[in-house]
Design a protein around this ligand. Structure first.
Ligand code: GLC
Ligand code: CA
Length: 556
C-alpha cells in the first residue's frame, strides 16, 4: 500500500452543520456534502476532514458522541454516508473522519451503564472520584467554564469532564476502553474511510493523582492532562492495532504540545501519527498578558507568527511532519484575525495569508469558506450565538467577573468559535444558498458580496487563487520537499523565506502590513536572478517594494 500518499495532499475541512442543507431543515447534512463534491473537485483538494457526523445529542455540535457507529439524525443516515464516501472515492477525494475519543457523550451506552452504580461493569470506563474534604476532587476548570467535575447523586461520586458536563472523559488507563476504541476504528477502516483527525488526543493520558495545574485566578486551576505520561504508549498501541494496517492520513489535535513533544507524535518513522495540530500560533500574542485566557488575548503579530512558524519548520525538518493551518471550526476567520477584512484589503490579505501558509513545508488545511475569504460573523446580539463555549463564557464573564456585557460581546466578535460556524456562502440568494429553511445559525450579512458563485468563474478571485495554490502543490516537488529557511529575520512587515530542493529555490515574500514597504538589498539581488514568478496577488511586480498585503513567489 502507498503509505505516504498524503504527503502532497491538501485537506479541506467540512463542518457539516454549516456546509450545505439538502432538505430545508436549516441544518447542513451529508447529502448536502455529496451535492457539493463537484465544487471541491473544482477547487482541487485531495482529502475532506469531516467534523463529527456520528450520533450525538449535540451539546457541542457532534463532539459529544452517543454512538460511534451510527449517524446523527440531523445529518442523515448510514446509507447517505456510504453514498457520499463512494462518490468521493470515485472522484479521487479521500475522507478523513473526526475521532473524538478523549470523551463520549453522557448519553453513550457506556456512560449510561457506568453511572448506574459504583459496581457497574463499565464504572472504570470513565474517571470517577470521591470528593475531597467535602469539596471537588480537584480544582480543574472545564474548557467550557466552571468545574471539570460533575456530581452524580445517584451513585455518589464525581465524574471528570474536561469539556462540557455532557462530555465525560474516558479512562484510557483501562485496557478495555482502548480495545473498544480500536475495534470501532477498525470497523470504520474496513468501511473504507481514509484517515482520522483525532480530537484533543494529547489529553487522553491523565497524570497520576490528577494534580492541580496553574492558578487561573477564579478559584480554578488549569487541567494538567495535556501530553500526559502514557500518551505515547497509547498512540503507539493504536498505531499497531489500527493505523499501521491501513494506508491512512492521521492528524492529532494536540493542545499543550510543544515542538519537542511533537517530534514523537509526528515522527517520520511512522510509529505514531502523520502530523499534529499545534496551537501556539493561534493562542494569542505572548507580548500582552490576557486576564481571561483566549477571550481577551490579542492575535500574534507577524513577527511572532514568523518566529513561531520558523521554530516548527526548522525543528521538524527531517524528523517530523507539520500540519499547516490558519482556520478551523474553533478559530475566528483568519482574514479577520491576521489579515484585513475591510472592503479594500480583504481579498489581497486573504491571498497573502494563503501564500504564506501554503508555501511552508507540511500539509495545508483549508477550512470551509476560507477559500472565499469569508470573514468573522460580527454578531451583536448574544441571542444569535450558538456555541456552548461562547455562551458559557458570556455567562461567566458578565455574572461572576462582572465584566460589562458590551466588553464581553467584543471578545466574542473577535474570537468566538461561531465566527467560523456561520453557513457557507454559496450564492447571493436567500440564506446564501445554504438552506431553503431557517438556518440554525445566522448567515453572515456580507454573503451578497462574498460567495462561491461570484468567485468560481472569476480568475482573480480568492477561490481561484486557492485553486492555483493547490495545483502548484501537486505539480512542484519543491513545495512538498524543499527545505525552509528564513530571510530578513527582523523585517517588521515582510515575512520572507525560501524553500530549497537540489538546485531549485523558491523565494516567498509576504507583506503583512497595509503600507508600501521597501525590499531589502539582499532579497532584491535574489529577485534580479529569478527565473519566473510562481504566483502573485497583484497584477504586476517590482523588485523595489511590496505594496499593501502583497504576496509574491519567485523561482530562483
Ligand atoms: C476539540 C474540538 C472542539 C471541541 C473539543 C471537545 O478541541 O475541535 O470543537 O469542542 O475538542 O471535543
Ligand atoms: Ca438538513
Amino acid at each position: 500500500m502507498e503509505k505516504l500518499w498524503w504527503k502532497n495532499a491538501v485537506v479541506y475541512q467540512i463542518y457539516p452543520r454549516s456546509f450545505n442543507d439538502s432538505n430545508g431543515d436549516g441544518i447542513g447534512d451529508i447529502n448536502g456534502i455529496t451535492e457539493k463534491l463537484d465544487y471541491l473537485k473544482e477547487l482541487g483538494i485531495d482529502v475532506i476532514w469531516l467534523s463529527p457526523v456520528y450520533k450525538s445529542p449535540n451539546d457541542d455540535n457532534g463532539y459529544d458522541i452517543s454512538d460511534y457507529q451510527d449517524i446523527m439524525d440531523d445529518f442523515g443516515c448510514m446509507a447517505d454516508f456510504d453514498r457520499m464516501l463512494s462518490k468521493a472515492h470515485s472522484m479521487g477525494i479521500h475522507i478523513m473522519m473526526d475521532l473524538v475519543v478523549n470523551h463520549t457523550s453522557d448519553e453513550h451506552k457506556w456512560f449510561i451503564e457506568s453511572r448506574k452504580s459504583k459496581n457497574s461493569a463499565k464504572r472504570d470506563f470513565y474517571i470517577w472520584r470521591d470528593g475531597k474534604d467535602g469539596k471537588l476532587p480537584n480544582r480543574w476548570e472545564s474548557a467550557f467554564s466552571g468545574s471539570a467535575w460533575e456530581y452524580d447523586s445517584e451513585s455518589g461520586q464525581y465524574y471528570l469532564h474536561s469539556f462540557s458536563k455532557k462530555q465525560p472523559d474516558l479512562n484510557w488507563d483501562n485496557p478495555e476502553v482502548r480495545r473498544a476504541v480500536f475495534d470501532m476504528m477498525n470497523w470504520w477502516c474496513e468501511k473504507g474511510i481514509d484517515g482520522f483527525r483525532m480530537d484533543v488526543i494529547s489529553m487522553i493520558s491523565k497524570r497520576e493523582g490528577l494534580p492541580d495545574g496553574a492558578e487561573l485566578g477564579n478559584g480554578y486551576t488549569s487541567n494538567t492532562s495535556c501530553d500526559g505520561p502514557r500518551v505515547h504508549e497509547y498512540i503507539r498501541e493504536m498505531n499497531k492495532e489500527v493505523l499501521s494496517r491501513y494506508p491512512l492520513i492521521t492528524v492529532g489535535e494536540c493542545p499543550g504540545v510543544d515542538v519537542e513533544a511533537a517530534k514523537k507524535y509526528a515522527n517520520t518513522d511512522g510509529s505514531e501519527l502523520n502530523m499534529i495540530f499545534q496551537f501556539e500560533h493561534v493562542s494569542g500574542s505572548q507580548k500582552k498578558a490576557s486576564r481571561f485566557g483566549k477571550w481577551d488575548a490579542e492575535a500574534m503579530t507577524m513577527p511572532e507568527l514568523r518566529e513561531n512558524f520558523t521554530k516548527w519548520q526548522k525543528s521538524l525538518e527531517g524528523c517530523g511532519w507539520n500540519s499547516l493551518y490558519w482556520d478551523n471550526h474553533d478559530q475566528p476567520r483568519c482574514v479577520s484575525r491576521f489579515g484585513n477584512d475591510s472592503d479594500e484589503y480583504r481579498e489581497l490579505s486573504a491571498k497573502m495569508l494563503a501564500t504564506c501558509l501554503h508555501f511552508l513545508k507540511g500539509t495545508p488545511y483549508i477550512y470551509q469558506g476560507e477559500e472565499l475569504g469569508m470573514t468573522n460573523a460580527y454578531m451583536d446580539d448574544i441571542a444569535d450565538y450558538r456555541d456552548i463555549e461562547s455562551l458559557n463564557a458570556y455567562k461567566g464573564l458578565t455574572a461572576e467577573n462582572k465584566i460589562p456585557a458590551d466588553e464581553v460581546m467584543g471578545y466574542l466578535r473577535n474570537v468566538s468559535r461561531d465566527n467560523a460556524r456561520t453557513p457557507m456562502q454559496w450564492d447571493d440568494s436567500a440564506n446564501a444558498g445554504f438552506s431553503e429553511g431557517e438556518p440554525w445559525i445566522k448567515v453572515n450579512d456580507n454573503y451578497k458580496k462574498i460567495n462561491a458563485a461570484e468567485q468560481i468563474n472569476d480568475e482573480d478571485s480568492v477561490f481561484s487563487y486557492y485553486k492555483k495554490l493547490i495545483a502548484l502543490r501537486h505539480s512542484l516537488d519543491i513545495m512538498v520537499d524543499g527545505v525552509y529557511d528564513l530571510l530578513l529575520e527582523n523585517d517588521p512587515d515582510i515575512y520572507a523565506y525560501t524553500r530549497t530542493l537540489g538546485d531549485d529555490k523558491l523565494l516567498v515574500l509576504c507583506n503583512f502590513s497595509d503600507k508600501n514597504v521597501e525590499i531589502a538589498a539582499e532579497v532584491k539581488a535574489m529577485i534580479n536572478k529569478s527565473k519566473s514568478i510562481v504566483i502573485q496577488n497583484y497584477k504586476d511586480s517590482s523588485s523595489d517594494e511590496l505594496r499593501a498585503y502583497e504576496a509574491i513567489v519567485y523561482m530562483i
